[in-house]
Write a protein that binds this ligand. Structure first.
Ligand code: SAH
Length: 386
């Protein structure tokens, strides 16, 4: 194994429990090759563990082991098996779930979503891309899936100089894959759908939102209909809005497949749509806001917070006392307390008083590591208008 030497600052970062070493904290790259497993050494030459090396990303090293060991098939098999066992504990009834949540499963650079007999991988760095056939082999032994696809069309792979073309790693992936999510029978487009097909991270929040939902509901940023489909049984009617026609086609098919007839899907910009509803003096009893990550990086945080405030303000204007607001942020740069602040400001401006019914995060199959803040990214607040 080649060795890469890191600075004292880099070493302190590993000691703080975070597995990433940035390019600025590398003192000697030695002969490390793209995507290789390398020994990480400190200034005195002591080995601190083994990491995947990236030749192009600002995140140069992602630590996989604290011991000086080769990253063999057996190593990956054990990590994948542990990830599977964790899901059997936290989501025993689920057949579709996130099987591997990168750092949260001590496998930085790797996401695996399971949809029954099918697996979707996101190989986010050169190291995981290089071991994709080993991973495929281990997953085949563990789960005997009918098909495994690597969804390589993820922007971060560009930072790794990796291809954007999806790759079938084993078996076949049908155009539409049947997925059971909570009590619903859905169809997912694992080849082209947003993320890996379905927003699995909201699985538990769909049920929580449905507990408080009633009357006329509005689901903004519905994508393939996750919240709308879950709310439909508790509500008289649901309007569901998204700007993506492809996502809405899947959403419509999902409603039909579950014999749900009280959802109206609309293709629109949610900001404009909310303004139009205010002009038309429409009111709702329940509103869900699940926008895309407005803050993709720390530099866009201020404008992102303005976006969150605006959308929450517009929604609150449509919610009379007694109404329920379900408001989410999937940007890890926006902390729960920042989201609280922004929604509080929006409520003051809209002359509404809000009480917290529930504070939630991503479903438990997306585990959070206390020392790796990036693993906690989804916030979901359920609020009551007093
Ligand atoms: N609530 C969804 C996930 C939403 S992801 C679920 O649970 O499955 C964010 C969605 O916002 C995407 O579907 C994207 O197409 C949509 N989107 C992005 N910008 C938008 C805009 N300005 N107006 C409406 N939809 C938008």
């Amino acid at each position: 194994m080649n060795s890469v030497q890191i600075t004292r600052k880099g070493e302190a970062r590993l000691e703080s429990g975070h597995p990433w070493i940035f390019a600025s904290d590398i003192s000697n790259r030695g002969s490390a090759q793209p995507g290789e497993a390398v020994r990480v050494t400190n200034q005195k030459g002591r080995c601190l563990g083994v990491a995947h090396y990236s030749s192009t990303s600002q995140i140069t090293l992602r630590l996989l082991s604290h011991t000086d060991e080769p990253l063999t098939r057996g190593f990956f098999f054990a990590r994948l098996k542990a990830a599977l066992e964790h899901r059997l504990r936290v989501a025993p009834a689920a057949t579709s779930y996130r099987l591997v949540h990168a750092e949260g499963d001590l496998l930085p650079g790797l996401i695996i979503d399971r949809y029954g007999d099918y697996l979707v991988l996101q190989l986010l760095d050169q190291g995981m891309d290089a071991v994709r056939h080993t991973l495929t082999d281990c997953l085949t032994e563990l789960l005997a899936p009918k098909g495994i696809i690597a969804r390589n069309d993820v922007p971060v792979r560009r930072l790794e100089s990796l291809s954007q073309a999806p790759e079938i790693l084993s078996g076949e992936i049908p155009e539409r894959v049947p997925v059971t999510l909570n009590h619903l029978a859905l169809h997912a487009d694992l080849r082209r759908g947003q993320k890996t097909g379905v927003y699995l991270d909201q699985r538990e929040n769909y049920l929580a939102a449905a507990r408080f939902a009633r009357g006329r509901a509005l689901d903004c940023f519905t994508s393939t209909g996750g919240f709308a489909l879950h709310l439909a049984a508790a509500c008289d009617s649901v309007e569901a809005v998204d700007s993506s026609p492809d996502a809405l086609t899947t959403a419509q098919a999902n409603a039909q497949a579950n014999s749900i007839a009280n959802i109206t899907f609309r293709e629109a910009n949610a900001f404009d749509y909310l303004s139009g509803l205010a002009t038309a003096r429409r009111q709702f009893d329940t509103i869900v806001l699940d926008p895309p990550a407005f803050a993709k990086s720390r530099t866009t945080l201020d404008s992102a917070l303005r976006g969150y405030k605006e959308i929450n303000f517009k929604a609150l204007k449509l919610l009379p006392p007694g109404g329920t607001l379900v408001t989410c942020s999937c940007s890890h740069h926006v902390s729960e307390s920042s989201l609280f602040d922004v929604v509080a400001q929006a409520a003051l401006d809209a002359r509404r008083t809000l009480r917290v019914l529930d504070r939630r995060t991503q479903a438990q199959d997306h585990p959070i590591l206390l020392t790796v803040p990036e693993t906690l990214y989804l916030k979901c607040l359920i609020l009551e208008v007093l």
